[in-house]
Design a protein around this ligand. Structure first.
Ligand code: GAP
Length: 516
């Protein structure tokens, strides 16, 4: 039994995954040597590679791969002036209900406290209602049993000042979306835009969450991948690529099933649009594309669905919100928010800035409507870690079954023994693979079994071993992580095979089927 297995004994599934994640340094608590800071984490080398591959795949899928209409990526500032966030509604409404323990002074989300203690949903409840529920049910501080204060509202934005000594009030952006709205007209003009037109952005967002928790799920600094698709309001059901996905299916948890306690059902894109299950063709298109994407990153289709948010959870201006929710050992979590934001944001920025953000469509001034898919990188990374985690299946250690396209390290190249000419031959292969742009590692320390164990633990799909037969006939062994099956192939084919594997043109089972 390895060290991680010993550390994991008697732990919950979440704790087991999190132990391995911390042990291998995928994630490092920020300022750990100073005791850490709640809700803020660093990505270590393997976490950085995993996140980079996820983001690259997302970009290939939703930005470069979008051929039905242009989608341009921008990279905006993370500091936004006060006025922008007044216009977006964040200054007034980006709040969560907070309650304080009068004894130990702990502060917590009042709605979470009530939901966990009484197992009821209180989404949309006012501060007065929450205070009443707490009082009527005699709820006390879960940490020390102390009395609780009245519930109040807490704004989640990080406030700052730009300029010295009483400079201008500004905020760290709470979502990447607002930068897209305020830059929309400029980007549309410089790229000679035509509706429909998408702007994407990948970057940091900041929320001063009251009780950050569950590792990567509720953070104070996190990364969003968002797209705002600007659409002619008269054309919301006229998506240029809808026929490509018309028969694709996705799972949806409809409002009536949430009320009745029913589960998610599978629908086709065509059905969803024709029956009005979703508000428009753009929404259906994204729900089907996201289904394909999530399966590709290793989340089984049976483990996620889109939940039509209930009216009390939906902003007043929204034409419909559909959260992609993933089943995890710590409960069901929202990892992507899909919103039909209508023309609310553009109109609001027009009103507050005095700028005309309409565009010309055949001589007519049009304020576009917006459909927004909004992904959270860290939550998705946690879903990948949990859904790809495999407990010891007889090999003596737990491991990660990452899809090769997003595996942090594509292959480990190793000489059977730390002896010449095996070492030189293995290093030659390592350099050739790195020159082809594939992230492989070289390892000649410890027994071959220990090296396989480390490779499995960090989810390396293939181990390439150089042995004495390599010197005689130029072949190497490829060991598949999933089945531990080995095949021999010519060493010169290795860089190309690994490239195909890491770019999704080949699967591990294709590789296992190779002969000589
Ligand atoms: N522009 C829309 C928007 O920001 P959201 O539902 O508030 O919508 C979108 O956020 C996604 O961002 C969520 O589905 C989640 O993946 C991620 N996210 C939001 N708050 C987060 C937090 N405190 N920690 C980690 N990820 C978060």
């Amino acid at each position: 039994m390895g060290r991680v297995e010993k550390e994991s004994e008697g732990k919950s599934f979440f704790e087991k995954v999190w132990t391995l994640v911390l042990h291998r340094g995928f994630i490092i608590p920020t300022a750990e040597i100073y005791g850490g800071i709640a809700g803020i984490y660093d990505f270590g080398p393997l976490g950085t590679l995993l996140a980079k591959k996820l983001v690259d795949l997302w970009r290939r899928f939703f930005v470069i791969g979008e051929t039905n209409f242009p989608v341009y990526e921008i990279n905006g500032s993370t500091i936004l002036p006060y006025e922008v966030l007044v216009a977006s509604g964040h200054v007034d409404s980006f709040v969560d209900p907070i309650v304080t323990c009068l004894k130990c002074k702990a502060r917590m989300r009042a709605d979470h406290l009530v939901e966990e203690a009484l197992e009821i949903r209180v989404e949309g409840a006012t501060v007065e209602e929450l205070t009443r529920i707490i009082r009527e049910n005699g709820l006390r501080c879960p940490n020390c049993g102390g009395d609780l204060s009245e519930v109040s509202l807490f704004n989640l934005m990080f406030k700052t000042e730009v300029g010295p000594l009483g400079g201008k009030t500004a905020f760290l952006r709470p979502e990447t979306a607002q930068v897209i709205f305020i830059d929309f007209k400029k980007v549309f003009q410089v790229m000679r835009g035509k509706l429909p037109f998408g702007i994407a952005q990948i970057g940091k967002a900041y929320r001063n969450e009251i009780s950050p928790r569950q590792g990567l799920i509720r953070l104070r600094e996190f990364t969003q991948m968002e797209i705002e698709v600007f659409i002619n309001p008269k054309e919301v059901n006229n998506h240029p690529g809808i026929e490509e996905v018309a028969d694709s299916k996705f799972r949806i948890l409809m409002r009536e099933n949430q009320l009745k306690g029913g589960g998610a059902v599978e629908v086709t894109v065509r059905e969803a649009v024709e029956k009005g299950i979703v508000p428009n063709a753009y929404m259906a298109y994204y729900l089907s594309k996201e289904t394909e994407f999530f399966e590709r990153i290793g989340i089984p289709r049976s483990k996620f669905y889109f939940r039509h948010m209930m009216p009390e959870e939906t902003p007043f201006y929204s034409g419909g919100n559909f959260d992609l929710e993933v089943e995890l050992s710590i409960g069901v979590k929202e990892v992507v928010g899909n919103a039909y934001r209508t023309d609310y944001d553009l109109r609001s920025h027009m009103k507050h800035s005095g700028e005309d953000l309409s565009v010309d469509v055949d001589g007519e001034k049009v304020v576009p409507e917006v459909v927004e898919p909004s992904f959270g990188v860290e939550r998705i990374i946690y879903c990948i870690l949990e859904h790809c985690y495999r407990e010891d299946d007889g090999r003596g250690w737990s491991w990660f079954q990452f899809p090769p396209e997003i595996a942090p390290v594509t292959a480990l190249i190793l000489p059977l023994m730390k002896k010449e000419p095996l070492v030189s031959k293995a290093k030659e292969l390592f350099k050739a693979a790195r020159r082809s742009g594939i992230f492989v590692e070289y390892d000649d320390r410890g027994s071959i079994g220990k090296r396989y164990a480390r490779a499995d633990e960090i989810g390396v799909p293939v181990c390439v071993t150089v042995d004495y037969q390599t010197i005689n006939d130029g072949t190497v062994t490829l060991r598949s992580r999933d089945t531990r099956k080995q095949v021999r192939v010519k060493a010169e084919l290795v860089p190309k095979l690994l490239l195909d594997l890491s770019e999704g043109r080949m699967s591990l089972s294709d590789l296992e089927a190779l002969q000589g």
